[in-house]
Every structure is written in structure tokens, then in C-alpha cells.
Ligand binder design. Structure first.
Ligand SMILES: Cc1cc2nc3c(=O)[nH]c(=O)nc-3n(C[C@H](O)[C@H](O)[C@H](O)COP(=O)(O)OP(=O)(O)OC[C@H]3O[C@@H](n4cnc5c(N)ncnc54)[C@H](O)[C@@H]3O)c2cc1C
Length: 391
């Protein structure tokens, strides 16, 4: 198996500083004041999405020749980290979209790149990835959605579950079976760029513990027709390969989100612990709280180093499957642990909907599940360790 991936564009520190500065301004002025209400009322942040389009965020990894910003993975990870620290849902709106876009940039035919990437970059076509089904998540080869060729179209029937950006978006990278009898099973799997149309139906928006505002839905496909030239790469049987080729970037994505949550929980705790007094002293002077702050800060910094190291390895075009897996595993656990520690530090107020801490606590667990569960990450890390170190 070839573990090398297409090298990402060169890292440009000056460009990065400029982009992060304007992003921070946008997050502070246009997002932060609205998060509380949008999140608690589960309202889709339509205006914020429009502003993110104008900033070019939907094209930040797409190559300049196709209308994107062509940023390095390192800069991208920092963008996601910052967005997630303010509101994880808006990072998801960009993340899932770019996972779809990158399947075309990596595997599409030249005609597909010219047709789709400029529209993905502006956000005119916006969406995510449709892999999971009611009966298949981790075991993707068990999917049952089928595409049958009819002339110059494929006719798709089946159901998808947990598909992010599928209500407000208009397009998906859709994983299907083009041959249900193929052995091994992945040889019968194909990926389509599926724009919404007749037969592509959102059956319901799913209610979630956290990650609110962003739309995650169950979908039904009933004789949905997609033009044959939307088959990514133009050849059947490569769908799973195309999806797995995006895993490293996907894991760096999710790791950066975990890092953002870990940092946000730490920031909340550091401020609150200086303001809240018990027994005549700010609680940050009690050793029990200091132990927590010390652990939270160390965890956050360790997560940051793992995320940036994986992103930098990716930018150099090096193999980084294990590194991205470690970053995903550690940084998302750090997000989860810090959000609970922040809640403990806040005491009763941590449990109140008035404060950000309860949102961080509800958002964090998704990251333990998405983009390969953390159970699977550890198993994959162990397998790679053995593969790289034969006895
Ligand atoms: C809010 C949200 C948004 C999502 N967005 C998307 C999206 O946009 N697109 C999309 O396609 N999917 C999406 N998903 C789905 C997500 O990717 C899956 O939930 C995830 O892949 C896990 O699959 P599953 O839920 O079917 O769990 P299962 O695969 O049923 O796993 C259940 C448990 O068994 C464990 N397990 C499974 N197999 C093994 C094994 N071989 N060895 C050891 N343990 C194992 C798992 O680690 C887990 O603990 C989303 C999910 C959520 C909750």
C-alpha cells in the first residue's frame, strides 16, 4: 500500500499571520456575541455562513488554480482550532465541506476539478460527506445504498444516517455500492458528487446532545439519478479508497477541533478561578483547583504539539497516518477531559446554561466518535506500530 499523499501547498507564515488575525477579528465580532442564542435555540447560523463564504473559508484548502486559497494544512489546523474554541459547529460547516472538496481535488478527473472545485471554493456548492448508514458506520464496507447504471446516469437507492450539512447544503460526496457482490467488498464501492435533485430527500433533522446549529440528518434516496460523469475519478470500485485517502486530513481536522475545545475550557477555568472566591480567597489559590489547572494546561499544550506535528508532516508530504491518529485520539480526549474539569471548577455554575462550559461539555464527546472512533484510533495506532517495526 502506498502511504504517501499529495503534498500540501508550502506553509507561508506571513500569509498565516494575516489570515489568523482577520479570523480572530471575525470570530470575536461576528460569531462570539451570537453563539449562546444560536446554540441553545439550535438555529442554523445562516449569516455567519455567508460571511465565511466571503472570507474564502470554504475554499481554504482548494488550490488557487481552482479558485481556492491553497493554504497549508498547518494553517488550516490553526483556523479550525480557533473556530472550534469559539463554536465547534461553525468549524464543522467548513470541515465536512472540505472533506468532500478534497476527494475531488485528490481523485477527480481534470473535468470534474474544473467543474466542481471553483463552486466548492466560493461555497456556491456546499455540503459534506455521505458515508454512514443506519446499519453501517465503522464497518463502511457494509453499506447498502446502491447505484445502478442506466445509460449516461446512475440510479441511486438507499438511506444515509448522520449526514452533516445535508439540510442547508446542496451537495454531497456520496459513498455507494456499484457492485453488491464484489469480493473484497470495497471493490464494489464508488463515490459520487451528488447535487440535490429529485429522489434525494432529507427525511429528518436529527436532535443531538450538542453540535447544535449545524444540520445533521437522515437521508433517503429513491430512484435518485446522478449523471455518470459525477462518478469521482470516472471509474467504479475506487470509492472506499478515495474516502480512506482523506483520513489523515480528516483526523487532523477533528484533532484541531478537540484542541480548540480543550483551550476554550482552560481559558474559561483560568478566568473563573480568579473571580470566584471561597473561604475568603479566589479558588485559584486552592491547591485542588491548581492541580486541575496544571493538568488542563499541560494536556492542551501536548494536544497542540501533536496536532501541529501531524499537520506539518502532512505538509511535507510524509507518511503521517499514525501521527494523525495519535493527534486525533489525544486532542479529542483532552477536549473531553478539560470540559469536565472546567465544569468541576465552575461548581454549580458549570451546570448552568448561562455559561459556555456546559456547551463545551456537550460538544466534546462527538469528537471521540467522529472520523474513526477513539477505540479504533488506538487499534490502528497499534497496528501501524507493529507494521513499522517488524520483529
Ligand atoms: C453528530 C454527528 C455527525 C456525523 N456526521 C457525519 C457525516 O457528516 N457523514 C458521515 O458519513 N457520518 C457522520 N457521522 C457518523 C459517524 O462517522 C459514525 O457515527 C461513526 O463512524 C461511528 O459509526 P457508528 O455510529 O455506526 O458506530 P459503530 O460502528 O456501530 O460502532 C459502535 C462501537 O463499536 C466499536 N467498534 C466498531 N467496530 C469495532 C472493531 N472492529 N473493533 C473494536 N471496536 C469496534 C466502535 O468504536 C464504537 O465504540 C456523524 C455522527 C454524529 C454523531
Amino acid at each position: 500500500m502506498n502511504h504517501r499523499h499529495e503534498q500540501a501547498p508550502a506553509h507561508d507564515p506571513e500569509q498565516e499571520a494575516m489570515i489568523l488575525e482577520s479570523l480572530d477579528r471575525f470570530l470575536a465580532q461576528q460569531v462570539k456575541p451570537h453563539v449562546h442564542q444560536l446554540e441553545h435555540d439550535d438555529i442554523y447560523p445562516a449569516e455567519i455562513v455567508e460571511q465565511m463564504k466571503e472570507m474564502g473559508l470554504f475554499g481554504c484548502l482548494i488550490a488557487p488554480e481552482y479558485g481556492g486559497l491553497g493554504l497549508s494544512t498547518t494553517t488550516y489546523a490553526k483556523i479550525i482550532e480557533r473556530m472550534s474554541a469559539v463554536w465547534m459547529s461553525i468549524s464543522g460547516i467548513v470541515n465536512s465541506h472540505l472533506i468532500m472538496a478534497m476527494t475531488v481535488q485528490r481523485n477527480g478527473t481534470e473535468a470534474q476539478k474544473r467543474r466542481f472545485l471553483p463552486r466548492f471554493a466560493t461555497g456556491e456548492l456546499r455540503g459534506g460527506v455521505g458515508l454512514t448508514e443506519p446499519d453501517a458506520g465503522t464497518d463502511l464496507q457494509a453499506i447498502r445504498t446502491v447505484a445502478r447504471r442506466e445509460g449516461d446516469h446512475y440510479v441511486i437507492n438507499g438511506s444515509k444516517m448522520w449526514i452533516t450539512n445535508s439540510l442547508h447544503g446542496n451537495c454531497l460526496a456520496l459513498l455507494v455500492k456499484t457492485d453488491t457482490k464484489a469480493e473484497p467488498r470495497h471493490k464494489g464501492m464508488s463515490l459520487f458528487i451528488a447535487e440535490k435533485g429529485e429522489g434525494f430527500r432529507v427525511s429528518r433533522k436529527l436532535e443531538k446532545l450538542g453540535y447544535k446549529g449545524i444540520d445533521t440528518c437522515a437521508l433517503d434516496f429513491e430512484d435518485y439519478r446522478v449523471p455518470a460523469d459525477c462518478l469521482v475519478g470516472g471509474a467504479e470500485g475506487k470509492g472506499l479508497q478515495h474516502v480512506l485517502g482523506g483520513l489523515e486530513l480528516g483526523r487532523i481536522n477533528v484533532a484541531a477541533r478537540g484542541l480548540g475545545i480543550a483551550q476554550a475550557a482552560l481559558d474559561e477555568a483560568v478566568v473563573y478561578s480568579q473571580v470566584r472566591k471561597t473561604f475568603g480567597r479566589p479558588i485559584c489559590e486552592h491547591q485542588a483547583i491548581q492541580l486541575k489547572l496544571g493538568e488542563m494546561a499541560t494536556r492542551t499544550q501536548a494536544a497542540r504539539l501533536l496536532v501541529y506535528a501531524a499537520a506539518q508532516a502532512y505538509d511535507r508530504g510524509e507518511r503521517c497516518d499514525m501521527e494523525a491518529g495519535m493527534a486525533k485520539y489525544f486532542a479529542t480526549e483532552a477536549g473531553q477531559e478539560n470540559s469536565l474539569d472546567a465544569m468541576r471548577i465552575f461548581g454549580g455554575y458549570g451546570y448552568s446554561k448561562e455559561f459556555n462550559v456546559e456547551r463545551l461539555y456537550r460538544d466534546a464527546p462527538l469528537l471521540l466518535i467522529g472520523e474513526g472512533t477513539n477505540e479504533m484510533q488506538r487499534i490502528i495506532i497499534a497496528r501501524q506500530l507493529v507494521e513499522r517495526n517488524p520483529a
